[in-house]
Design a protein around this ligand. Structure first.
Ligand SMILES: [Zn+2]
Length: 203
């Protein structure tokens, strides 16, 4: 894989130096200072800022000048303005913030799922799907068919799978056996507390 990384810059401030005369086209009032915050990027995703830079440019002839080409008066004004140019924009930390953000979304999703799985098991509905681990270490699913006063009747999936992450792939209507298995509501709660039921899906 080709790995693109490098330095890019974001414009943070523009200042007009009205009395300055361009040494190339000799226009007056066309010189402005442009300040940038540079950042390191990987695949154009900014990772972190690495400092300010800038130059003056003539809007008439588009010639750019670095500090060593500025006359002393302009250089001083340019450097003075550079002091108040923003050091960075917050989006330049995107690359660092993303993993933190993904982690937080993950935590919220897991907490949410656990909270609701508990509620779904206490109040089962026809069509609920239970994602479970089995004694043999494999994973499978049950689908609730109907509920009586104290029992839940469900169809067992004919398939089981070793990879928990791929459990959804066997959760298809055609995969369920016709036979009904019954669990008492109490049993279901126990299975959930012992983490044998990992997740409950309800649409
Ligand atoms: Zn010019």
């Amino acid at each position: 894989m080709i790995f693109f990384w490098g330095i890019r810059a974001a414009l943070t401030k523009t200042v007009d130096f009205a009395i300055e005369k361009c040494p190339y086209c000799e226009s007056t009032g066309t010189t402005s200072g442009r300040y940038f915050s540079r950042h390191f990027h990987i695949f154009w995703i900014p990772i972190f800022p690495i400092g300010k830079t800038g130059y003056v440019v003539c809007s008439q002839c588009h010639s750019k000048r670095d500090t060593h080409l500025m006359n002393p008066g302009l250089r001083e004004a340019f450097l003075q303005e550079k002091k108040t140019a923003p050091r960075f924009r917050f989006w330049q930390f995107t690359g660092l913030a993303l993993p933190v953000l993904f982690f937080m979304v993950g935590v919220v999703a897991v907490t949410f799922n656990e909270k609701y799985a508990g509620k779904y098991i206490e109040d089962p509905k026809s069509g609920d799907t239970y994602f479970c681990t089995q004694n043999n270490g494999y994973y499978t699913t049950y689908r609730v068919d109907h509920i009586s006063r104290d029992s839940v009747y469900s169809h067992l999936n004919n398939y089981e799978i070793a990879d928990r992450e791929k459990l959804s792939s066997i959760n298809r209507k055609v995969n369920y056996s016709k036979t009904l298995l019954s669990f008492s509501r109490k049993e279901l709660l126990e299975l959930y507390k012992n983490r044998r039921i990992l997740k409950v899906e309800r649409w």
